[in-house]
Unconditional design. Structure first.
Length: 301
């Protein structure tokens, strides 16, 4: 009985404990700022997606016509297919390369910190600025190298090839995204106790078994985070397209985000592309939820 009474006293004391007002002074302003600059514009965008607004002047409420038109627009369909295709390629390459580099940089090598800084530099650079540098490389030196080596498909600029223009976009996206993923994987690797590896070495475990049976399962949460972040960033590929191809040639490299920007802000399709943006948001939200559930279920196994 005494234990029950003491437990009740603790519960009542906890329930009547006053919360420091400082927490509210920190949380409430942040919530207001988020609402003003994120939620309110988002709700306004959802509203405009049901109109024929051009971004200015009068407009009329047209219901779901914009959404029905999206599903009948071949250009929009191609943009979604292209976006998902390169997003999958970028996500796979980023995580494979980043994990390989992180394992290498976490080992006992000389100038470890120097190599980490070198690999992180691409993430600190502006995508547009570096994109124009890569555009020059793909337009001039690389074709010359292809001619010298007798490689036919490389002898002309990849940026002007409708079937191969996606390669420079993927290359630039992977080159810059790997840096951040390496940082996350390094953080995960440093949480693993070295004694586990020492015990595995005594049992005669080779390098591949050590990675697949010990390292990879233990950095599972970091792999999940990296997978979600890299896929989300890849699906929002925009700056690379602007700098390298501007959606060309023949609209073959238009991503969804680029199409929304180009059609909505410069093409007189404000409400139409706003509806496209809302649809894309729903698609991204569904993908993120499914991805997290699958990853979490695999981690429990």
């Amino acid at each position: 009985m005494s234990n029950v009474k003491s437990a009740k006293k603790k519960v009542s004391a906890f329930s009547t404990r006053k919360v420091d007002r400082a927490y509210y002074w920190m949380a409430v302003p942040a919530a207001i700022i988020f609402a003003i600059f994120l939620y309110v514009p988002f709700l306004q965008g959802v509203f405009y997606s049901f109109t024929n607004s051009q971004g200015y002047g009068d407009y009329k409420f047209i219901g779901l016509k914009n959404y029905f038109a999206l599903f009948q627009d071949n250009r929009v369909g191609h943009a979604y297919l292209f976006t998902f295709a390169i997003a999958i390629v970028i996500t796979v390459l980023v995580n494979i390369i980043a994990m390989f580099l992180a394992v290498a940089l976490n080992g006992k090598i000389a100038f470890k910190n120097g190599f980490r800084a070198i690999f992180f530099i691409p993430y600190t650079l502006s995508v547009l600025v570096i994109g124009y540098v890569f555009k020059y490389i793909f337009m001039n030196p690389l074709p010359e190298l292809g001619k010298a080596l007798g490689i036919e498909w490389l002898s002309s600029s990849l940026l002007t090839n409708e079937q191969l223009a996606w390669i420079p976009i993927v290359f630039l996206a992977v080159w810059q995204s790997v840096a951040y993923s390496v940082l996350l994987y390094l953080a995960g690797l440093q949480t693993i106790d070295e004694e586990i590896y020492e015990a595995a070495a005594i049992d005669g475990v080779n390098s591949w078994q050590k990675f697949w049976k010990i390292t990879f399962p233990l950095i599972g949460p970091f792999f999940t985070i990296n997978l979600v972040i890299s896929l989300k960033n890849a699906l929002n590929t925009f700056d690379q397209v602007v700098a390298l191809t501007e959606g060309g040639p023949n609209s073959s490299t238009e991503t969804v985000t680029y199409l929304i920007w180009k059609g909505g802000l410069t093409g007189g399709e404000y409400a139409y592309q706003t509806a496209n943006a809302v649809l894309f948001f729903v698609v991204l939200a569904v993908i993120a939820i499914v991805q997290l559930k699958i990853s979490n279920s695999q981690e429990k196994i």
